[in-house]
Design a binder for this molecule. Sequence first.
Ligand code: NOJ
Length: 539
Amino acid sequence: MTDGNGTLAWWQTGIIYQIYPLSFQDSDGDGRGDLPGILHRLDYLADLNIAAVWLSPVFASPMRDFGYDVADYTSIHPWFGTLSDFDRLLAGLHGRGIKLILDLVPNHTSDQHPWFLESRSSRDNPRRDWYLWRDPAPGGGPPNNWLSFFGGPAWTYDETTGQYYLHQFTPEQPELNLRHPAVLEAMLEVMRFWLDRGVDGFRVDVPWLLIKDAGFRDEPENPAWDGIDPHGRLLHIHTAHQPELHRIIRAMRAVVDGYPGERVLIGETNVPEEELVKYYGAARDEFHLPFNFRLIYAPWDARKIRQMVETYEAILPQRASPAWVLGNHDQPRIASRFGPDAARVATMLLLTLRGTPTCYYGDELGMENGVIQRDRIRDPQALNQPGISGVFNRDEARTPLPWDTSPNAGFAPEGVDPWLPLGEDWPMRNVARQAADPRSMLALFRALTRLRQCHPALSHGSYESVDTKADGVFAYKRTAGAERLLIVLDFAGSEHLLDSGELADGAEILLSTGMRRTGRVDLRRLRLLSNEGLILKIS
Ligand code: NOJ
């Protein structure tokens, strides 16, 4: 059990909301979302009761991986607007008390970045070793057996200089050599550029890949390979989790800490729990919030999720905040994974667990995976691996946010073809409709985020699981001072009669996922409906 007290930073108590900028709001009629579009929707953001917006990359880029291939870290891609638009958005958000977090992509650049253009121009270019170049293997072919996440080898041959360069995503995303002091310094300078402009922090892309084995040794076969995901064929002992990467993160954290205000460093730490806790830093000097992705991969099973939460709470360093996520731009939508009813329970789970939740745009409406016809697929991962794209391509989770029932759902003007098709259910599932329905998913989301703001037990209280002895139910207490809340969630899709009389006789329903139940209940005979979640105030 952990307790929250003392002075807490905004990132310990607030909610982070991820915007995928291409899909939020188009303001100039090109079918793509942009910064002025986000600015136009400030009221909506303020009504979500969030503490911060995290923007997926908006920097100059050839868009081979939709912004995760940066060609200039300090300019805005024209699709999104200009630096002045950015400053206006930042001021607008700050004016509403909302922080702004940018995406920092330090592991790789675009192959169009001037650093790489120089690097590939000749073997003796001063920037040659800013990237990872190797000779072909003795008999020809790639220097070793490393694989790309997006299919095929992690090496591409460059005719001009007769060597291969490393890339663990598309060939257009060459990997930087962060062991080179000048490269690290250049990346820290990028951070300073944005921090000087007033941004409140960064979400750092693929930090577990930042350093590669200096000897470039082959990786062993994975005996437990599922035979499906080509990248999973090897055990990534030389391309991931190299201890030296923590030095890089500490350097980034030192930059962030050098600025006044409470700036935050967040890690896309899509790694197993035992690795994950290391990213807080031995002296709590790395990420403030290393994302915990385990809920994304967990089956919808009360016992397993409880066990996962307990295990994580038990291994967390002292005074560290968990940073749970349930969805993002790389993962299937929550509502498609668990179904629309369970999605409401999942949202209550995310917003009532201890720690800082990050919510993905559109999940507040219960958006489902879009249907993307083969000829409309844009995701390079899916395009490179058609076998896997049959199962899921990331475009499905990146469809435009439906605002209302006007043409193109208010996302883009009439007659414009949005960059990805709208989800098929947009005429029914959109912001305007849900804002008018007091029991919609949006209404539930806003009620949950409001409750978190008003109840210290939710925003920073301690966590303790409660044994209800009912299969399919996960229950826990959140406590701060005299305030005691009980959260009870059905995962089984069945009704339960629970006896939690040992906690107290009665309690008051603060919120139910169905948004119909209120008033006092007898804790010795607590009825929990199928696919229901309850937040109860114990008295
Ligand atoms: C992780 C990002 O979330 C993903 O969208 C991207 O493709 C890879 N990193 C490469 O930058």
